[in-house]
Design a protein around this ligand. Structure first.
Ligand code: NAD
Length: 486
């Protein structure tokens, strides 16, 4: 392989690569071929200890720098990331299987956006002056939380490492990041780049491992905050463990988001939205609009146009820039998707595209579309996390909204219509944290991102994330004598 995917060591702690081969072996597999492309080890207790002590030792001096100084380092890191975009994108494609056509414009780029955005914001994180009766006054200071732990999912390893790391560091925290065991390679590059940009050692440590390593970090009393991107079952466990120590949390969890297409919509645009919301990253996107509700009057033209557009799917070598559909991230995820497709058929949904795994090496599944899906079917209720779109018919706006909201999840929701008033009315009624009008799945760093209901707690990106990586100290200042009762 011309590209070296084996990192120098498993972990990046205190400014350098560190190994402890006593940790469980993790084989990193290229999803396109099933070949092992790197071998690393899960963190042992000694590695976790080193990560925590070095992070805590470095944090106070980092918080004592001016925001301008901290921001400069983050912005420098963003520039390095952009300069290395090609190599980072190739690595992201090896790590996840996502096509280079995507990774070259989304992954390191959105990571760099986060570093640039929070680098620019670091100097603006001020408190308030609050005038009070009798000339007294109060002020607030925005302080760092201390040591933050980030735990990542496997679909956007670089982006997740930066979406958590950039606001944490901007606020003066240290971060320990544990990537998903499925995609452990990219976060190491983020750590390398941050330190090359001048980040003092210890402030962004990467430790590898399965859930047990995440759990050890979450339960350590020296950790002040946990930000998880993962599934709802993991979120429940991590939130509960964090609650025990009264730690701050951000939970970016799963979804089963609705996409509503009204009869007055631009059908081609709506089909684009449905493709972006179901097949990008081979469907492995948390905010995907996997329940596509189409008004009955336009359901057949919608399906016909979708079938036409599916002919443009190019499934093949993910490193080839012409490819736009890559494999599933793992054999396990492929099996999960196959299981859901079987359930869909068994429960009476009409398969109109895809549906069978692609034979050969690697973990391939084609874009799959079910029509005649009803609300009670398993494929309409549970998160599949693969390229499986469910199309459901509806007649009225009220009906569509009631059904769209009838889910324990609330991550995202979208609407396609030319009627402006309807668009905003529908968005007001959506029980979702992130909504789209005549678009789907955009996630610019300037816009808060996150879910309601079982899909999560807190927000990433934008100024909103600052609230989740800092805390306020309020100071009352009396200008005269305090009055005591005796
Ligand atoms: P997962 O829940 O299996 O794992 C997520 C991370 O948690 C991994 O790093 C894992 O090692 C770790 N983990 C597992 N058990 C743990 C424990 N007890 N304590 C601490 N850490 C633990 O999720 P996944 O399969 O990697 O990712 C897919 C899921 O993530 C989907 O549900 C998807 O919707 C969700 N997701 C959400 C977002 C978002 O921003 N809302 C983004 C991407 C993915």
């Amino acid at each position: 392989m011309p590209y070296d995917t084996q990192p120098p060591a498993s972990h990046f702690i205190n400014g350098r690569y560190v190994e402890d081969s006593a940790g469980d072996l993790i084989e990193v597999v290229y999803p396109a071929t099933g070949a092992v492309i790197a071998r690393i080890h899960a963190a042992t207790p000694a590695i976790i200890e080193e990560a925590i002590t070095s992070a805590r030792a470095a944090q106070a001096a980092w918080a004592a720098l001016s925001g301008t100084e901290r921001g400069r380092i983050l912005r420098r890191a963003s520039e390095i990331m952009r300069e290395r975009n090609h190599d980072l994108s190739v690595l992201e494609t090896f790590d996840t299987g996502k096509p280079y056509q995507e990774t070259s414009v989304v992954d390191a780029t959105s990571g760099a956006d986060a570093l640039e955005y929070y680098g620019g914001m670091a100097a603006t994180l001020t408190g308030e002056h609050i005038p009070l009766a009798g000339g007294d006054w109060a002020y607030t200071k925005r302080e760092a939380l201390g040591l933050c732990v980030g735990i990542g999912a496997w679909n956007y390893p670089t982006q997740i490492a930066c979406w958590k790391g950039a606001p944490a560091l901007a606020c003066g925290n240290a971060m320990i990041f544990k990537p998903s065991e499925t995609t452990p390679l990219c976060a190491l590059k983020v750590a390398e780049i941050l330190h090359e940009a001048g980040l003092p050692a210890g402030l962004y440590n990467v430790v590898q491992g399965m859930g047990a390593v995440g759990a050890a970090l979450v339960t350590d009393p020296r950790v002040d905050k946990v930000s998880l991107t993962g599934s709802v079952p993991t979120g429940r466990k991590v939130y509960a463990a964090a609650a025990d120590g009264m730690k701050h949390v951000t939970m970016e969890l799963g979804g089963k988001s609705p996409l509503l297409v009204f009869e007055d919509a631009d059908i081609d645009a709506a089909v684009s939205g449905a493709i972006l919301g179901n097949f990008y990253s081979t469907g492995q996107v948390c905010s995907n609009g996997t329940r596509v509700f189409v008004q009955n009057a336009v359901i057949e033209p919608f399906l016909a146009r979708l079938a036409e557009r599916l002919k443009g799917a190019v499934i093949g070598d993910p490193q080839d820039p012409a490819t736009n559909i890559g494999p599933m991230a793992s054999a396990r995820q492929l099996e999960i998707v196959e299981g859901y497709v079987a359930k869909g058929l068994e429960e009476g949904a009409r398969l109109v595209a895809g549906g069978t795994r692609i034979a050969g090496e690697g973990f391939w599944f084609p874009p799959t579309v079910f029509a005649d899906v009803t609300d009670d079917m398993t494929i309409a209720r549970e998160e599949i996390f693969g390229p499986v779109m469910s199309v459901l018919g509806f007649d009225t706006e009220d009906e569509a909204l009631r059904r769209a909201n009838d889910t324990p999840f609330g991550l995202a929701a979208g609407v396609f219509t030319r009627d402006l008033a309807r668009a905003h009315r529908v968005v007001d009624a959506f029980e979702a944290g992130t909504c789209y009008i005549n678009s789907y799945n955009d996630a610019p760093v300037e816009m808060p991102f996150g879910g309601v209901k079982m899909s999560g707690v807190g927000r990433e990106n934008a100024r909103a994330a600052i609230e989740h990586y800092s805390q306020l100290k309020s100071v009352y200042v009396r200008m005269g004598q305090p009055e005591a009762p005796f």
